[in-house]
Design a protein around this ligand. Structure first.
Ligand SMILES: [Zn+2]
Length: 504
């Protein structure tokens, strides 16, 4: 498709999307409201017209499918950012207050604290390229929506996985904060990567479901296709306003296939390090090998959002697990094997130095119960693993501790909202509204064409309905303004450079 047609598609999709949004949000209960609303609409349309021809938007477009929003971004860092902020302005405007609540409520720190931290601690160590992109997101968002967020709001939002549960936890301990909040590093995700005799075609299969609070998870529905001026093209899932995939699942045009699960009960932070969201984005953009990936993640490691990275290199058919602690790390690699993740560390040094509280032998807790389930399922499917089976495994509901089928906090497809136990090791209370919020899967062949499958909502296909949940669980009333239904979509294929079919 030519640039011209692509641009028309982009703009019509954009206008259709915003039209619907504005109609839905328009108050009609009084004439005064209606008049104000008309004024707002006129202003917004004037802003749209003024910016729609902005040269920074050249080549960018978006479309919606299967519960996801696909955006194609390309060019200079400032342009990639501007396109991101502009095309996803409604989603960023919707996500920002939810993330703000998620960061401030449990940590008992106000937004100014996070903004100041973003400015004074994170910004000095952000590469110039990503500073420009983050500023571009701010500019694009403000040009389209008239929002007044500045770049430090956006940087703090980008660090939503690392500032509250890693930095604040570390700071409270260091400053001996009286009665500190119970903050624990999160347990995000179930995933595996396999190769050689483990897979159906002998090549790599990679799959991941994202575990997080539903409030953030139901907004984690962006597919980013990024063609940066420098580095490799990337196709990844992600969060509106955030430059890294952050959950993480992505492939790049040089053959790297990347995912991770977080390390439960991780402790540690280096205030002089480089933010995790910057390293993770940089590694997906610039690494063409497992070694290069490892090198970028280690460079300036701040300990934030510490993960077991599961990697594949389709050029060599090799897979790896990079267990990235702060005081220790370990890299395993093989051309014939499988690595799984469900939020447990296994290297003795990492366990001792970085996760002193974690008990790898307590089979009742979510990370270890899911580890057992991965071992069973991967063994059962040895030699048969492909994307179709991977999709099924991501929706698995077998609880290895109770030895029965029942979705809860111990199943690969997590539904913690139905668990009276919650997940204490992540400070998720009973019936915490969190669990598996979406899934993705790909293989070497698909990765070569920059393609993957993704499903929004629980990978098993069950819906989460917010209203009865909130009525039954008053502990989570603080989430009421932001928590909404999370309907499951279909498994949906996306590929880089895809132009949407005309939408009605
Ligand atoms: Zn499920």
């Amino acid at each position: 498709m030519s640039d011209g047609i692509r641009r028309i598609v982009a703009l019509s999709v954009l206008m259709l999307g915003t039209g619907l949004l504005w109609v839905a949000g328009r108050p009609t209960n009084s004439e005064a409201d209606a008049a104000k609303s008309e004024q707002d609409t006129a202003l917004r349309e004037a802003r749209e017209r003024a910016t729609a021809n902005d040269p920074r938007l050249k080549g960018a477009y978006r479309y919606d499918r299967g519960g996801w929003v696909y955006v194609h971004l390309e060019g200079e860092p400032a342009s990639v950012g501007f396109q991101h902020g502009y095309l996803l302005a409604p989603e960023i405007a919707d996500a920002f207050p939810a993330i703000k609540a998620q960061m401030t409520h449990p940590s008992r720190r106000d937004w100014d604290f996070f903004r100041t931290t973003a400015k004074d601690m994170l910004w000095p160590n952000i590469d110039e390229e990503y500073r420009q992109e983050l500023q571009g997101i701010t500019d694009g968002l403000n040009a389209r929506s008239g929002s007044h967020l500045d770049v430090y709001d956006i940087v703090a939002m980008n660090a939503f996985e690392e500032l509250p549960d890693y930095y604040v936890a570390w700071l409270d301990k260091r400053e001996k904060t009286a009665n500190p909040p119970n903050l624990k590093s999160p347990g995000n995700c179930s995933a595996f990567v396999a190769t050689g005799s483990w897979t159906k075609d002998g090549k790599i299969v990679i799959a991941h479901n994202n575990w997080t609070g539903y409030m953030a998870g139901e907004r984690w529905r962006i597919i980013f296709d990024i063609v940066p001026k420098n580095g490799f093209r990337m196709l990844m899932d992600g969060f509106p306003g955030v430059i890294a995939s952050d959950d993480d699942f992505g492939i790049n045009s040089d053959g790297l296939m990347v995912t991770e699960t977080t390390i439960s009960q991780f402790e540690g932070w280096d205030p002089n390090g480089k933010a995790e969201f910057v390293r993770a984005r940089k590694a997906l953009q610039y690494a063409g090998s497992i070694d290069e990936y490892t090198k970028i993640m280690l460079d300036g490691n701040n300990g934030g959002y510490a993960n077991d990275w599961l990697l594949g290199d389709r050029k060599t058919n090799e897979i790896a697990q990079l267990e990235l602690g702060l005081k220790a790390y370990k890299l395993w690699r093989t051309k014939d094997g499988v690595f799984a993740g469900s939020n447990w560390a296994r290297d003795p040094k990492v366990l001792k130095l970085d996760t002193p509280q974690f008990n790898p032998n307590d089979m009742e807790i979510s990370p270890n119960a899911r580890r057992t389930r991965w071992e069973q399922l991967l063994d059962e499917n040895k030699g048969k693993l492909d994307v179709e089976i991977a999709e099924k495994l991501l929706g698995d509901h077998f609880d290895t501790f109770d030895k029965k089928e029942a979705a809860n906090e111990r199943t690969l497809c997590g539904h913690v909202d139905v668990s009276p136990r919650g997940v204490a090791v992540w400070a998720w209370g009973q019936n915490y509204p969190g669990g598996a919020v979406q899934g993705k899967a790909s293989d070497s062949t698909m990765a070569q064409q920059l393609r993957f499958f993704a499903r929004m909502g629980h990978p098993c296909g069950e819906d989460f309905i917010a209203k009865p949940f909130l009525a039954a669980h008053s502990d989570y009333a603080w989430q009421e303004p932001y928590l909404r239904d999370m309907p499951a979509g279909p498994w949906t294929e996306f590929h880089a450079g895809e132009i949407p079919a005309p939408q009605r």
